[in-house]
Write a protein that binds this ligand. Structure first.
Ligand SMILES: [Zn+2]
Length: 546
């Protein structure tokens, strides 16, 4: 489980102080009507259809995370079938049956906890209970929470009741671990799966409660609490209880950050700036400071991911981040301005891939460090990709770092040569170069480096002997296809391209001298990313096969 979860557990100790003086929110805000329940629309709709259509089953199994509303819905269903106005899709919450069920005092609604009623004796008693008709209401409702905890004997005894259920019995089982419930039980139940509640819904719920209960809760704090609750409404409400005990009736972002052990937003932004600029050493030292300050590695990991996501949102549409506090908004907007959408999507993708390393690894801090190192290498990887594909790289943040790299990458280095393109105005070389420049600068650069001759319907690019790297690149199937297409488009009477290297005619397909290979900028970049040294040069396998 994530550390957000662990933080919640740890802070429960604090929460007890709050419980003494007032009823905890999870209890006072337990929904008493289906309409008040959040995040389980599919489940509610299924049950309400069954209630109004007279197709209610005799046994239900509710599965899903804790704190998402399983027991609450079980009680609501008990009310719906036993309400004086029922069976109804929405219990009145006013009749004796409804009020007794809400208070837990109804004789016809039996609630058991699978964890503490595990034995066969309990099940025997239960079966006794099933023999009798309900004392007053329509149904005798048996709710068993954490049903997967029952023993095998208990399950077997239960099975008999499930096979031939009296018509006045309604079983409702709830479990967080459906896979531990025997198949024989599962097959006799209608199964409903409760989803984790979305952060957006929990955030709105918390804001509504804060307004009703008249305590201060900033939008940023509400979102942070909702996120930490990881889909559990109950966890979110317990956290609010703890925060009120901690900081009174004024809950804001920094208070949540402190209680949850979350890093400060500006530190997260700074870390991202360093990572985006490829400044690994500084990023690691900042990371160590944050970890030394007691921030949990998993929480830090998630905060960096959320900040990346927010930066992408801010670029796409600032309205996507309505609850962001102003100072944090400015910081992230500025940082996002230094990158582009493609870069952010790539970085976010890279970061998400590292999650198992941080979450499941034996050493989470080490995992986070590796994740950071991988993200910090992304500008280099991007430059390598740019060199291999001939596309100009997208910008990197962090000013100096990215800029320095760009000037060494192939496409940018070629960037200055176009102004002094060697080909005369209107010549085949110039036409090709201009047509390719915008989208494929590296191929254009090959054209500019070559002597261009139109010969018998074919354009021959003859590159000097010291540009074999560029020639090899131009000969790749992908570059050749671009070149052929461009020639057909812009040079009349020609429909093909041949790449040649000076002095390489006839049997000249031999390997390049080692000294030239190590000078090639593409080779140098590959070496910088992957390490190693050039020990031999072999002809392209594809050429060798020709
Ligand atoms: Zn009622």
């Amino acid at each position: 489980m994530g550390s957000g979860r662990r933080s919640v557990g740890r802070l429960c100790i604090l929460g007890y102080h709050a419980c003494v003086t007032y009823q905890v929110l999870a209890r006072s805000w337990r929904p008493q009507r289906f309409a008040d329940l959040i995040g389980q629309d599919a489940v509610v709709k299924t049950l309400q259809n069954a209630l109004t259509g007279g197709t209610l089953g005799h046994a239900y199994l509710f599965s899903g995370l804790r704190g998402v509303g399983k027991t609450t819905v079980a009680r609501l269903l008990a009310k719906a079938v036993n309400c004086a106005e029922g069976p109804t899709a929405e219990p009145c919450d006013a009749c004796v049956a409804c009020r007794e069920i809400a208070a837990g005092s109804s004789l016809d609604v039996v609630e058991l906890d699978g964890a503490s009623n595990r034995g066969i004796d309990d099940v025997r008693e239960l079966r006794e209970l099933l023999r009798y008709r309900p004392s007053r209401d329509r149904y005798r409702v048996i709710i068993i929470d954490e049903v997967h905890m029952l023993t095998r004997e208990a399950f077997n005894a239960l099975l008999k009741s499930l096979e031939e259920p009296p018509p006045y019995i309604l079983f409702i089982f709830a479990t967080t671990e459906q896979h531990k419930v025997p198949a024989t039980i599962l097959s006799r139940c209608q199964q409903l799966e409760f989803r984790p509640v979305s952060t957006r819904l929990i955030t709105a719920h918390l804001a509504a409660i804060a307004e009703q209960e008249s305590f201060g809760l900033t939008p940023e704090a509400a979102t942070a609490v909702a996120r930490a609750a990881e889909g559990s409404v109950r966890d979110a409400l317990s956290l609010i209880d703890q925060l009120r005990a901690f900081s009174g009736d004024r809950i804001d972002g920094p208070a949540v950050a402190e209680v949850l052990g979350m890093p400060r937003a500006e530190q997260v932004a700074r870390l991202l700036e360093l990572l985006a600029g490829g400044e690994a050493a500084d990023a690691l030292s900042l990371l160590r400071e944050e970890l030394a300050a007691g921030h949990d590695a998993v929480v830090l990991y998630h905060e960096v991911g959320h900040a990346l996501r927010r930066m992408l949102h801010l670029r796409l549409d600032p309205e996507l981040e309505p609850e962001l506090a102003n100072d944090n908004r400015e910081r992230l907007t500025e940082l996002a301005g230094k990158l582009d959408n493609t870069a952010l999507v790539r970085m976010l993708g890279l970061w998400v891939e590292q999650e198992p390393l941080v979450r499941d690894g034996a050493n989470r801090e080490l995992g986070l460090e590796v994740a950071c190192l991988r993200l910090a290498r992304w500008p280099v990887v991007r430059d390598l990709e740019a060199t291999l594909t001939g596309q100009p790289p997208s910008p990197a943040a962090g000013g100096g770092g990215g800029g320095r790299r760009r000037t060494t990458s192939g496409s940018a280095a070629a960037g200055d040569s176009r102004a002094d393109s060697p080909h005369p105005e209107g010549s085949a070389g110039r036409l090709l170069s201009e047509a390719l420049w915008e989208d494929r600068p590296r191929i254009a650069s090959a054209v500019d480096s070559a002597e261009v001759v139109c010969d018998d319907g074919v354009v021959r690019l003859v590159l000097p002997a010291d540009r074999t790297g560029l020639a090899d690149y131009a000969r790749t199937p992908e570059a050749m296809s671009v070149l052929n297409g461009t020639v057909e488009r812009v040079i009349p009477d020609c429909n093909g391209v041949v790449i040649e290297v000076e002095g390489e005619s006839g049997d000249g397909n031999g390997p390049l001298p080692l000294s030239q290979a190590t000078e090639d900028e593409g080779v140098r970049l590959v070496q910088r990313v992957l390490g190693g040294e050039v020990v031999a040069v072999r002809p392209d396998r594809r050429e060798a096969e020709r």
